[in-house]
Design a protein around this ligand. Structure first.
Ligand SMILES: [Zn+2]
Length: 360
C-alpha cells in the first residue's frame, strides 16, 4: 500500500497521527460505515489514495460541498435568504435534503451549483475535479470517462462544467512588469508571431470563426513573478488590445510586448512600454522580453494539441481558464489546488445557468 507521502520504495514510512486515526476509524469496512470522521489530515498533501479515503461515500461529499458553499449560514439557492434553511436530520432524507423556512422549498446541496441536474454521484464529481486540477496538461473526456466509468459525452460535459469554475473573476489589476503577448490557438498550423502570421492575416489562410481549421487569437497578460490572464478575442487590433490593457493592467505598470504594431498605441494611453523584435530574432531587449508569456503559450499549445486535439473558438475561453488556473496555482500542492477550485464555486451559479442555456 502506498503511504501518506505517496512514495513507494522509500523504506519504512512514518504514518502521521491523523492518518493512523483515519485507518482506525475506518477499519476494514470503509464502505459500510458512513461517517464524516474520516481522513482528518490536511488537504495540503492529499494524494489520490487519501482523496478516496477522505470521501468514502456520498454523505462525506455532500458534507464537504455544504461546508464549501455555505461555510457560515446556509443561503437558500431558491430565494437567496440567508440563515433560514435547515437540514433534515431524520427520516430517509436525513443529511441529504434542506428546507428553507422562508420560501418553504426543499433543496439539496447540488441546487444552484454546477452539480445541479446531474445524476452522477458526487464521489465521481470530486474525483473528476481532483484529476482536472492536478494533471498539469489536462485530462481528456476519453481519459476521464475511463477513470470514473461514465460515457464520454457525460465526461465531456462534466469537464466543461468544472472548467467554468476555473475562471477567477478577479478584477484586481496586474502591476509591476507585465508581459503582454498574443497567440493563435487551434487549427492545424501552430504559427504564432506576427511576422509569421502576416501571410495568414492578409492572405488566403485568413483568420475567422467559420472554418474548422481557423485559429482564434488569445491575448495573454502576465505579471512577472505573479498572476496570468488569458483572454480569447475576435482579433488583435489596436482597439481590442488597448481595451484589454486598460481593463487588466495597472496604469503604472511597464508593459513588455513583441513588435506587433497595435502595441505602439500603449504609450499614447499612458502606459510605459518596451518591445522586443522577434522578427529580427531579438528575444531579449534589455528587460523587454515576453519569455514568461512564451512559456505559458507553449504549455497551453502542447496541452491543447496533445490532450484535446481540437478546441472550437466557442469553447476556447474555458480551456484558457483551465490552463490559467493551473498556471496561477503551480506553487500549490494537488490538495491545495483541489481546495482552491472550491473557493470559486459560489460565484459561478449565475454563470453556470447561462452556460447550460447555451449548451449544444
Ligand atoms: Zn428559500
Amino acid at each position: 500500500m502506498i503511504g501518506p507521502a505517496g512514495r513507494v520504495g522509500d523504506g519504512p514510512l512514518e504514518w502521521p497521527p491523523h492518518y493512523i486515526r483515519c485507518v482506525i476509524i475506518l477499519g476494514n469496512y470503509t464502505l459500510d460505515t458512513p461517517t464524516t470522521e474520516v481522513y482528518n489530515g490536511s488537504m495540503e498533501d492529499m494524494n489520490l489514495i487519501e482523496l478516496l479515503d477522505r470521501f468514502p461515500d456520498e454523505q462525506s461529499c455532500r458534507d464537504f460541498i455544504q461546508e464549501r458553499r455555505w461555510p457560515d449560514e446556509i443561503t437558500c439557492p431558491q430565494c437567496g435568504v440567508i440563515g433560514k434553511a435547515y437540514k433534515y436530520t431524520s427520516g430517509k432524507n436525513a443529511g441529504k435534503l434542506f428546507k428553507c423556512a422562508s420560501c418553504r422549498q426543499q433543496f439539496t446541496v447540488r441546487v444552484g451549483s454546477i452539480f445541479e441536474d446531474s445524476k452522477i454521484p458526487l464521489r465521481k464529481w470530486l474525483l473528476a475535479i481532483y484529476l482536472c486540477t492536478s494533471i498539469k496538461k489536462g485530462v481528456s473526456s476519453i481519459q476521464l470517462s475511463k477513470f470514473i466509468k461514465v460515457r464520454q459525452a457525460t465526461a465531456w460535459f462534466m469537464l466543461q462544467r468544472i472548467r467554468h469554475v476555473f475562471e477567477t473573476g478577479s478584477f484586481e489589476k496586474l502591476t509591476g512588469e507585465v508581459e503582454m503577448d498574443e497567440a493563435y490557438i487551434g487549427g492545424k498550423d501552430s504559427n504564432k508571431h506576427y511576422h509569421k502570421r502576416l501571410k495568414q492575416l492578409t492572405g488566403k489562410g485568413a483568420q475567422g470563426h467559420g472554418s474548422k481549421n481557423s485559429k482564434t487569437p488569445v491575448v495573454g497578460m502576465v505579471e512577472r513573478g505573479g498572476k496570468l490572464r488569458a483572454v480569447a478575442t475576435k482579433d488583435t487590433g489596436s482597439n481590442t488590445l488597448m481595451t484589454l490593457a486598460r481593463k487588466n493592467i495597472d496604469i503604472d505598470a511597464t508593459i513588455y510586448t513583441d513588435e506587433h504594431m497595435p502595441y505602439r498605441t500603449l504609450p499614447k494611453i499612458g502606459f510605459k512600454h518596451a518591445s522586443v523584435n522577434h522578427g529580427a530574432k531579438e528575444f531579449v531587449n534589455g528587460m523587454a522580453s515576453t519569455n514568461t508569456a512564451e512559456s505559458f503559450w507553449s504549455h497551453l499549445k502542447r496541452g491543447i494539441d496533445g490532450i484535446y486535439h481540437h478546441v472550437s473558438a466557442k469553447h476556447l475561453q474555458l480551456y484558457c481558464d483551465e490552463y490559467t488556473f493551473r498556471w496561477n496555482t503551480r506553487g500549490m500542492t494537488d490538495g491545495e489546488r483541489f481546495e482552491a477550485w472550491f473557493d470559486n464555486i459560489n460565484g459561478k451559479r449565475l454563470m453556470y445557468k447561462s452556460l447550460t442555456n447555451k449548451r449544444s
